[in-house]
Design a protein around this ligand. Structure first.
Ligand SMILES: [Zn+2]
Length: 78
């Protein structure tokens, strides 16, 4: 996996993986702040965030996306 992820960094220099979409009102925003990028990514993977290929999507946003997908499905399916 490429390491093009945009990490967020706090004032202590710790890193976290941000939610890629930040769509849900209860979006986690970012994962837990960890010592380094690898730990931060391990954390979101442990939390089962969705790997989109370019970033990670938190569970709250993923749920919202799934719900939206169901709602936009055409009503006149043939
Ligand atoms: Zn989110």
């Amino acid at each position: 996996m490429s390491d093009d992820l945009q990490y967020v960094r706090n004032e202590k220099g710790e890193v976290a993986v941000p939610c890629q979409v930040k769509m849900a009102s209860n979006c986690a925003g970012q994962g837990e702040f960890c010592e380094d990028e690898e730990d931060a990514r391990d954390w979101v993977e442990d939390e089962c965030w969705i790997d989109s290929g370019v970033g990670f999507i938190c569970l709250q946003c993923n749920e919202l996306i799934m719900r939206n997908l169901r709602e936009v499905r055409p009503k006149t399916a043939r």
